[in-house]
Design a protein around this ligand. Structure first.
Ligand code: ACO
Length: 328
């Protein structure tokens, strides 16, 4: 008998309808389609409506994941939503999702690990499932970064988009499932990527809003360097923990922040383009949603078959990073 593992049974995604192209951005800030494409690979991104909140996207993605997994809401025992753009301080997005789904037998909590959030969510689900605490868990990666973007700052506003992805995870003994998760963090680098105000340190006030302190601040080049080194290390570490080589992977699904970062990571891991999933051109950086939306699309495009080894790897504010090897 194989050991109990956490296995992804079904996934789903939800993206806002509204598309913001590079040409649209040219009308908002001093930038160009050429600059954005060559520096980041991004061509367009989805933007939530003013009335559309993080939980709306999360709920829509969760419903699709449940349908694909053929799991009923009352079978879910825990909901873990990774987000850094919750609807409000409390209640959590997970509680709002639980209510909307009618998942009356479920615990619910949010996870804050920025762009690495979905992998932190997977790790949490894996731990609870392997310990026997829960059998069926819903993990969501969702963000609406457009709501905390400074639309006057060309260095950041061209990079981000909104979206949600969800995965239903259940205990399984068929030999497939999440083989390993490696997580890391370095709070010493907190300053290079942050939203300075709106929390308890600097609560929102007219002065804070005037200075745009409730929006994303980023040292781009520094983030870029650390993103590459941390994602390479995390990928290697998760592979080692799973007892495989990176060359054994059928597909790597990296955090979709920037095509140059993805290319550098793939090159250092010696993985050709056929082994790397990329959709950053369509969505930009959707933070916690990127890896799960990409995993959902990779399956639907037939890039992953039963038995394949797949690795998710991400990096985000905190700093945080993580990687996970899954046997599909
Ligand atoms: N359009 C035109 N010019 C611009 C733009 C823009 N949108 N943004 C910056 N520039 C200018 C700068 O002002 C600068 O001009 P200067 O030389 O006259 O001062 C020039 O372009 C170069 O700026 P750099 O910041 O050095 O450009 P770089 O090549 O480093 O690319 C980028 C910037 C794309 C932000 C890159 O640093 C990057 O991708 N960093 C990582 C960002 C990231 O992935 N963040 C999120 C990861 S973590 C998470 O997901 C939360």
């Amino acid at each position: 008998m194989n050991r109990i593992r956490a296995k992804i049974l079904g996934t789903g995604k939800s993206l806002p309808q509204k598309i913001l192209t590079n040409a649209d951005l040219e009308k908002i800030v001093e930038t160009s389609d050429e600059w954005i494409r060559t520096r980041t690979g991004i061509q367009e991104r989805r933007i939530a409506e003013p009335s559309e909140a993080t939980s709306d996207l999360a709920i829509a993605a969760a419903k699709i994941a449940l349908e694909n997994a053929r799991v009923q809401p009352d079978q879910i025992e825990a909901i873990f939503t990774s987000t850094c753009t919750p609807d409000m301080f409390f209640p959590s997005v997970s509680c709002l999702v639980q209510s909307a789904l009618g998942a009356k037998n479920s615990a619910a909590m949010d996870i804050s690990a920025a762009c690495s959030g979905f992998i932190y969510g997977l790790a949490t689900a894996k731990g609870f499932i392997e310990s026997g605490t829960f059998k069926t868990v819903l993990v969501i990666g969702v963000d609406t970064l457009s709501k905390i973007t400074n639309w006057k700052d060309r260095a950041t506003c061209v990079l981000f988009g909104d979206g949600a992805g969800a995965a239903v995870i259940q205990s399984s003994q068929d030999g497939s499932g999440i083989l390993s998760v490696f997580l890391g963090a370095d709070g010493n680098e907190a300053e290079i990527l942050k939203v300075p105000a709106g929390g308890s340190r600097l609560p929102a006030s007219p002065e804070v809003l005037e200075k745009n302190l409730c929006s994303i601040r980023m040292n781009g080049p520094e983030v870029y360097k650390l993103a590459v080194t941390k994602m390479v290390k995390a990928s290697e570490k998760a592979a080692e923990m799973a007892g495989i080589q990176c060359s054994d992977l059928k597909l790597i699904i990296p955090h979709q922040a920037n095509l140059r970062i993805i290319d550098s990571v793939a090159k250092r891991l010696n993985l050709g383009p056929e082994k790397v999933f990329v959709n950053v051109q369509k969505y930009g950086n959707m933070s916690a949603a990127t890896t799960i939306v990409a995993l959902d699309e990779a399956q639907k495009e037939g890039r992953i078959q039963r038995g394949d080894l797949v690795e998710l790897v991400a990096f985000g504010a905190g700093l945080t990073w993580g990687a996970s090897v899954i046997r599909w």
